[in-house]
Design a protein around this ligand. Structure first.
Ligand SMILES: Cc1cc2nc3c(=O)[nH]c(=O)nc-3n(C[C@H](O)[C@H](O)[C@H](O)COP(=O)(O)OP(=O)(O)OC[C@H]3O[C@@H](n4cnc5c(N)ncnc54)[C@H](O)[C@@H]3O)c2cc1C
Length: 497
């Protein structure tokens, strides 16, 4: 079980962010940030560690000393990333995916540098970069007229600071790039193979099994379940009781607009000239946009309040509802919204740090959305799953005997539960910062971003992409190094026999 003051603070903050309506739930963050200084609610945090580029790379190409047979459940972004990370270290990896094929489902996805740095190091460059886009900047815009109120320069600033690009890509392209890379590395990916159960009762040191829906049983030294937000494995970890993520009172419409259509209208075509991310902020709502698919599609995520049960939603009326939610916003934005031909309404869920990701047998561990679902406001759900994979591969590389496995997994979960929990927290915090009604707090927020809009990068900002302390903590994080350091610390505290 994980116990740490920061984790307790993180849980308490997530609880208050989820349970207290409006902005009263905002408190001092458990993670390093100065983004709430404009509200007078944050202490000054020191800068986070800065990544020396080559030192971090040097840690990562080692082959594992104990080669394991590993089964991964789910070929989503988390499962595939983890399969690549583990296979590179020499483990035998089999992935079981219940879908019949890996389709181009989903919409746009952002790949921040803490994730792209790992993906590029794993050899995904040639598979991914032809399909990915590097936006030059993130522009926050006022809901009413689209005027710029916040500005994060991604090119060249993020490259210079974090030694890796900030990509945007269609989720389907990212998944297929990972799939192809995994196959080329020798991962055995089997689709149309749903996992229906687990066999974890054997003694310590014996193999664990997954029972497929076709009745066959497959054994391995370790099972990694990346089976998504509705995870069945999570229930198994908790002995049949689920600790499912909660509804947040928000939902998002996801949509793609044809950029050919946009180019015909000068009122909106300028958004395609210098491709970047544009984010309109207003009371209880925001709209995130960027181009994907080689510039042929304009991706939109429109977040809005929604308390009702997703099972009661009618997707056929979603477009009409969406237009009503954003009526009266910047006419350029509503012009694009009017071009949307179809949309899908997604519930926005958030978990809080779970007490464990590990089954008591130490033979099953959950990762990705199964372990840490979050609202997409830091664009970091998949990035956390990639970090999970990197951290797991690193720690399994450090063990020198199979008996070390339970201990390594404990260290892994301790590090990852805190990191993913704090990103869950930061994502909810963004929702609060972005959703002020016009008034004193909104003006204080916009004032704190004034310098960056004028092109002068300040030290602190309500924009968590620009706030130096927050950005160095989010994007300068080295998932491999953090677990390696924790493994060493653990050995010092509890010497291994
Ligand atoms: C609106 C929105 C925008 C987002 N934007 C971003 C973003 O910009 N950047 C970012 O990093 N993240 C973003 N995310 C989050 C990101 O999409 C998820 O965090 C990520 O896809 C989680 O990956 P995963 O592998 O854990 O789960 P999933 O991608 O859901 O994959 C789970 C897989 O497991 C399979 N599966 C389930 N059960 C079984 C079973 N029993 N047997 C076999 N297979 C099974 C499923 O078929 C699926 O393929 C966004 C999310 C939303 C909702």
């Amino acid at each position: 079980m994980v116990s740490d003051q920061r984790l307790q603070d993180c849980r308490a903050h997530i609880d208050s962010l989820l349970n207290i309506k409006g902005h009263a739930g905002l408190r001092k963050t458990s993670y390093p940030s100065r983004s709430l200084n404009f509200l007078g609610r944050q202490e000054v945090h020191p800068f986070h560690q800065k990544l020396p580029r080559n030192e971090s790379d040097a840690l990562t190409d080692e082959q594992a000393k104990v080669l394991l047979d590993i089964i991964i459940v789910g070929a989503g972004l988390g499962g595939l990333a983890t399969s690549i990370a583990l296979r590179r270290r020499g483990h035998k990896v089999t992935v079981f995916e219940k879908a019949e094929k890996l389709d181009e489902v989903g919409a746009g996805i952002q790949i921040p540098p803490n994730s792209s740095r790992l993906l590029l190091k794993w050899g995904l460059g040639p598979y991914l970069t032809p399909k990915a886009h590097e936006p030059t900047a993130i522009k926050m815009r006022r809901w009413q007229d689209g005027s710029i109120i916040g500005l994060t320069q991604l090119v060249p600033d993020f490259q210079d600071l974090f030694h890796a690009p900030y990509f945007v890509v269609h989720r389907g392209n990212l998944q297929l790039a990972m799939y192809q890379r995994a196959l080329d590395l020798g991962v055995d990916v089997r689709v149309n193979k749903g996992v229906g159960g687990y066999e974890l009762d054997g003694e310590v040191g014996t193999k664990a099994g997954v029972v497929l829906e076709d009745g066959s049983v497959h054994y391995a030294d370790l099972i990694v379940a990346a089976d998504g937000v509705k995870s069945e494995a999570r229930k198994v970890v908790f002995g049949g009781e689920d600790q499912a993520p909660r509804r947040t009172g928000f939902a998002a419409y996801r949509a793609m607009v044809d950029t050919e259509e946009m180019r015909k209208h000068p009122q909106v075509s300028w958004l395609l000239e210098n491709p970047g991310q544009n984010l309109w902020l207003g009371e209880m709502r925001h709209v995130m946009t960027y181009t994907v698919a080689g510039g042929s599609a304009f991706n939109m995520v429109l977040s809005h309040p929604e308390d009702s049960d997703p099972s009661t939603w009618n997707q056929d009326t979603a477009i009409q509802e969406m237009k009503q939610h954003f009526a009266g916003w910047d006419p350029r934005l509503t012009k694009i919204i009017n071009m949307i031909k179809s949309t899908l309404k997604w519930p926005l869920l958030s978990g809080e740090p779970l007490s464990t990701w590990l089954h008591p047998s130490s033979k099953l561990v959950i990762i990705g959305d199964a372990a840490h679902a979050m609202v997409p406001y830091m664009s970091s759900g998949a990035a956390m799953a990639v970090e999970d994979g990197a951290a797991l591969a690193e720690i399994l590389c450090l063990i020198t005997s199979p008996q070390d496995l339970p201990r390594a997994l404990k260290v892994f979960e301790r590090v990852r539960i805190l990191r993913a929990g704090q990103i869950q927290e930061a994502s909810l915090v963004n929702g609060k910062i972005w959703h002020f009604a016009d008034g004193a707090e909104q003006r204080a927020r916009d004032e704190s971003m004034r310098e960056e809009v004028a092109g002068r990068m300040g030290e602190e900002s309500a924009n968590q992409w620009s706030d130096r302390v927050t950005m160095e903590w989010v994007y300068g994080y080295d998932a491999e190094r953090e677990v390696a350091v924790a493994w060493e610390d653990d050995a010092r505290e509890k010497p291994r026999p």
